[in-house]
Unconditional design. Structure first.
Length: 286
């Protein structure tokens, strides 16, 4: 019976490994060509940071950096919407397996050529694969039509190809009034625009949606969404077979693996999982 607690610890470690969790989020919307976002006390080593950007065109984003030297990879190229969003561009970035360093984690976005307004949302996640986590993405825009309360903003489907993936969605409308889609959780609101997410347990074609809380027709909208693999998927060698849309576009990047035991339970990282298993096995052997 003395071995029971260690068996329970072993089981807990096994179930914890690879689970993706939302850790922290922040935003800033400024009438300036440079925007800074500070991520509270977050920024645990080994976590992944997802960044949603929206800015006025013809402005161009020239850099996205943080105070730890992490590399931010574009999910896809920047695109503009239609009608009310035709003079606004939108894009998602991510940094996988972020480094340890100064707290708070501080991100700075700079632009040129009359980008006089920038919205930036920053979300931190634990449990995302630290190498090549991007599975697929969608980039859709349009105008709402009448019908339904609330009016659903339909961004099509995102096809995930492995279990336990994160679906991160950044939605902007010209009215700035959005709510989460069915099955999604609202995480960060910036000037009425919304960053939401959901955790997909099994590979599937999943609807990417949002809601117009004005319930109006004629609202211009723009959705950029990405699916990220869990660390469990990557560690087990279960990366999706064949190229993903993101890989086709040459947008993925192999970042160095950072196994940090100090992340502990809160990060669900690989380092903690291995250490936890070793400790439990050692105790059980006694």
């Amino acid at each position: 019976m003395k071995r029971l607690p260690w068996l329970l610890l072993l089981v807990a470690c096994a179930s914890r490994a690879g689970q993706i969790q939302f850790v922290d989020g922040a935003q800033n919307s400024t009438p300036s060509p440079t925007t800074i976002v500070r991520l509270g006390d977050g920024g645990a080593p080994g976590d992944t940071v997802v960044v949603g950007l929206t800015w006025q065109t013809p402005g161009t984003i020239t850099s996205l950096t943080d105070n730890r030297g992490d590399t931010y990879v574009p999910v896809s190229t920047a695109t503009s919407g239609v009608v009310g969003l035709s003079t606004w561009s939108q894009q998602l970035f991510y940094a996988a397996g972020i480094d340890a360093g100064a707290v708070p984690l501080t991100l700075t976005c700079a632009s040129v050529n009359e980008a006089t307004y920038i919205e930036m949302v920053v979300a931190e996640y634990a449990g995302v694969a630290p190498q090549q986590p991007l599975d697929a993405f969608v980039d859709e825009f349009g105008v709402t039509t009448a019908g339904g309360t609330p009016t659903v903003i339909d961004g099509g489907e995102l096809q995930t190809r492995s279990a336990d993936e994160l679906l991160a969605v950044w939605t902007v409308t010209d009215l700035g009034a959005t709510g989460p889609g069915a099955g999604y959780t609202a995480r960060i609101s910036a000037a009425g625009d919304l960053f939401e997410d959901r955790f997909q347990a099994a590979a599937a074609a999943t609807a990417v949606s949002n809601t117009d809380t004005y319930n109006a027709s004629g609202v211009s909208w723009h959705i950029v969404a990405a699916a990220f693999r869990s660390s469990l998927s990557a560690d087990a060698g279960t990366d999706a077979g064949g190229p993903s849309p993101a890989a086709d576009a040459g947008q993925t990047s192999a970042l160095p693996l950072i196994a940090n035991i100090g992340c502990g339970c809160q990060s669900g990282g690989v380092g903690f999982t291995l250490a936890c298993f070793a400790l439990a096995l050692l105790r059980f052997a006694r």
